[in-house]
Design a protein around this ligand. Sequence first.
Ligand code: GLU
Length: 279
Amino acid sequence: MAPTTRFAPSPTGRLHAGHAMSAILAHDLARAAGGRFLLRIEDIDGTRSRPEHVATILDDLRWLGLEWDGPVVFQSQRLPLYEAALDRLRAAGLVYRCWCTRADIAASASAPHGPEGALYPGTCRGRAGDPAQPHAWRIDMAAAVRRTGPLAWHDATAGSIAADPLSLGDVVLARKDAPASYHLAVTVDDAAQRVTDIVRGADLFAATHVHRLLQALLGLPTPRYHHHALLLGADGTRLAKRHGAPALADMRLAGEDGVALATALRSGALPLGFARASA
Ligand code: GLU
């Protein structure tokens, strides 16, 4: 079967060369095998997503010479799908309401740490709070793992990986201010769009443990994963975290050649001022 890949940016800021790398790799993997390359805008975070970033993303991709197949999909238009998935997990007794604020969680000094930082200490698990008060929904990870048993997924670079969703703890599946979290929406959409190969930065490697678990709980297929090394600024910091990392839009508006940039990234020749993280 010809592969289907996707580029799934969040329109919360401007794209930089690291995003370009993900988009190019996903595009080329599909095109090399006569497959499909999709574009999905991950705009469930209504407070941070901006329409002007969407327009910029489309212009940036065209500037790089990348064309996507079919209409652009917006997660903000697919909320009922995520609600239906959450309903199923709720019916299975695998999620619970959480009223904690960020400050509450930060204040629980005893919280253990996982690959994504402090783990949720489980404060609201089994707690009878007021459902009328704003609350998130968290997965009861220990119960979920008991339900699925051991799981594995395949990464093109790292090989067969034993899923370890417990290392991320009781992650949020629906937020106080958004009906789905990244983990839930991305899992539902990759299955709904029949994505066979997920190409994305190594910063999302650990999240795949959770996505694999959700696939098993929701009866969805498991794609192949291709986590690529992140691009860093010359000072070694991640582009996303770095102030002043050049945005693709800046290069485009300055008259630089996007297709030449894409060719350079494909050949591993990084633009001036970039480095590649060791995988
Ligand atoms: N929307 C995510 C981001 O911009 C990427 C999602 C993914 O590739 O799984 O970081």
